[in-house]
Write a protein that binds this ligand. Structure first.
Ligand SMILES: Cc1cc2nc3c(=O)[nH]c(=O)nc-3n(C[C@H](O)[C@H](O)[C@H](O)COP(=O)(O)O)c2cc1C
Length: 309
């Protein structure tokens, strides 16, 4: 029997498999297919203070080995989340991680404060890395503004604070270090990579937003590289994501230094992917001679490594 539990940054997960923000809504569709208690947890779609309507269509486009999206963080806002979505998710035995977005520090902090103390919230994930809204990368492009945002969020909550750092920067490690300085308990990576799809017939970009975020198997090597470096250089636990479709992918992320992983785009092809990946990860751990997920992470010993970039 393999021990899949994962404990880090004040979070205790029964297994290290989460769902990535924005690809799983607030869990309702998946709950019609399987018991959400099979998961380690859910990272919910970004929650903003007021409802956001998102970007003009088209919002998704095909890409080799994945997809481009420019949803623009459409969501019904904090009050709806607290009154409708959170009570639904609380029925399941798994960790609810609330992904928070805002246009400015106050916008982020109001949501952080709003969900702190709400029963059933296990942790907060600050999304400072959305490439699909006008000011989405504002806090990633300058590590010091990231630090100030994290500091303000830190003062507003005692919940575990995970910061989702951007891959669309020259040095994700520098950004991660600034988030640590600001008081982050953990990091998550990667968000999507900025790209464009062109429609020859219209002689224009496919997406209404022109650019979109690339996700899916195509981004896995980039995700592994960034997780590898963050785990080695920042000294905070990392939740790894980017192109995870199988238990083997999940194990690779754990061996790159992730304490837990999240499944995103894979659910569009296989809605059952998250619980399948839990089972497959267990088999992969056994296959490679590990007794537990924690042992695999420790065997990789990320803190003793040198960064690769
Ligand atoms: C349609 C879509 C919507 C997303 N929405 C969010 C979001 O609201 N907040 C966020 O932090 N990340 C969002 N992401 C990024 C994912 O959480 C994840 O970081 C990224 O897609 C990489 O993982 P994947 O390749 O497994 O999808 C979104 C991704 C997709 C494809």
């Amino acid at each position: 029997m393999i021990d899949l539990s994962a404990s880090f940054a004040g979070l205790s997960l029964k297994n290290p498999v989460l769902t990535a923000s924005g690809t799983f809504g607030y869990g309702r569709e998946a709950a019609e297919l399987y018991d959400l208690s099979l998961l380690g947890g859910v990272m919910v779609k970004g929650v903003s203070r007021e409802p956001w309507s998102g970007n003009a269509p088209a919002r998704v486009a095909r890409a080799p080995g994945g997809m481009l999206n420019a949803i623009g963080l459409q969501n019904p806002g904090l009050t709806h989340f607290l009154e409708v979505d959170l009570p639904f998710l609380r029925r399941y035995e798994m960790a609810v991680v609330v992904n928070v977005v805002g246009h400015d520090v106050e916008g982020f902090v109001d949501v952080v404060r709003g969900v702190t103390g709400a029963p059933g919230v296990a942790a907060i994930e600050l999304n400072i890395s959305c490439p699909n809204v006008k000011d989405g990368l504002l806090f990633s492009q300058d590590p010091q503004s990231a630090r100030r945002l994290v500091e303000a969020a830190r003062q507003a909550t005692d919940l575990p604070l995970i910061v989702k750092v951007s891959p669309n920067v020259t040095d994700p490690v520098e950004l991660g270090l600034a988030c640590r300085e600001g008081g982050a308990d953990a990091l998550s990576a990667i968000n999507t990579l900025v790209g464009i799809a062109i429609d020859p017939a219209r002689r224009a970009p496919v997406l209404g937003n022109r650019t979109g975020g690339l996700s899916g198997p195509a981004v896995k090597p980039v995700g592994l590289r960034i997780v590898y470096d963050l785990a080695a250089q920042v000294g905070l636990p990392v939740v790894g994501m980017g192109g995870i479709e199988t238990g083997r992918d999940a194990l690779e992320y754990i061996l790159a230094g992730a304490r837990a992983i999240a499944v995103g785009t894979a659910v569009f092809r296989d809605p059952y992917a998250p619980p399948r990946i839990v089972r497959e990860l267990e088999a992969e751990l056994e296959r490679y001679g590990f007794d537990s997920a924690a042992q695999a992470w420790a065997a990789a010993n990320p803190q003793a490594r040198e960064a690769v970039s």
